[in-house]
Design a protein around this ligand. Structure first.
Ligand code: PGA
Length: 235
């Protein structure tokens, strides 16, 4: 299974270091052999040795250059970062990233062999239009994306479930995942208000290959518990 923590714009450099040490120690002590990914804030990126893999929440599709406020491949390479999150709903909706830009990022980092966690998901207004419209909306988020890329992981994250404490029912998650699996055989994570209290039942679903966790992952202890659940399920 794949367990990923998106730390967003949280924690300092020092706290992130402690976080990574704590999680790493836990994985080792408890023999967790699952794939664990952590995405710290960009200013907190650093070289990391160990089992867990540190990825970046964002990067511009360039080696370097005049892209004020962005980082490129050169800044990731310094720390040996080869994993990137692309298409997160906060970047689509708050930062206004278009499908065109996301596809550009995807292809740029794909050509560099990065592991890409690519996020899709619908806002509530779209969900309310019914299943067909919702699937059309999600399908459009696959445009320009190589769904057969070998280092691809997809995360389905309904926008209305992110940071809200609301989630689709387990049946809904499993059936949407089943439909999305037809589009790509890449591992498919669920994200959106995953907590210690629901992580295990979500991960146990047939069509779920792991979880992408935001707020609840900010507590290393909670994230570790979720890694342990993944280990117990070991699928
Ligand atoms: P959440 O965020 O767990 O706080 O809902 C998930 C995400 O944004 O990836």
């Amino acid at each position: 299974m794949i367990i990923a923590a998106n730390l967003k714009t949280n924690l300092t450099r020092e706290k992130t270091l402690h976080y990574l040490q704590e999680v790493e120690h836990f994985l080792e002590q408890n023999g967790v052999s699952q794939e664990v990914l952590v995405f710290p804030a960009i200013s907190n990126l650093n070289s990391h040795k160990g089992q867990l893999v540190v990825g970046t929440q964002n990067a511009y599709p360039a080696i370097n250059g005049a892209f004020t406020g962005e980082i490129g491949y050169e800044q990731l390479e310094e720390f040996g970062i080869k994993t990137i999150l692309i298409g997160h709903s906060e970047r689509r909706h708050i930062l206004g990233e278009t499908q065109e830009l996301l596809a550009l990022k995807f292809n740029f980092y794909k050509n560099l062999g990065f592991k890409i966690v690519y996020c899709v998901g619908e806002p509530l207004s779209v969900r309310e239009l019914g299943h067909e419209k919702m699937m059309e909306y999600i399908s459009a988020q696959y445009e320009g994306i190589d769904t057969s890329y070998e280092n691809l992981i997809i995360a389905y994250e309904p926008v209305w479930a992110i940071g809200t404490g609301l989630t689709p029912t387990l049946e809904e998650i499993d059936s949407i995942h089943k439909e999305l699996k037809v589009k790509s055989s890449a591992p498919l994570l669920y994200g959106g208000s995953v907590k210690v209290t629901n992580a295990k039942e979500v991960m146990a679903l047939e069509n779920v290959d792991g979880i992408l966790v935001g707020s609840a992952a900010l507590y290393a202890e909670h994230f570790c518990t979720m890694c342990m659940y993944a280990q117990e399920l070991d699928k």
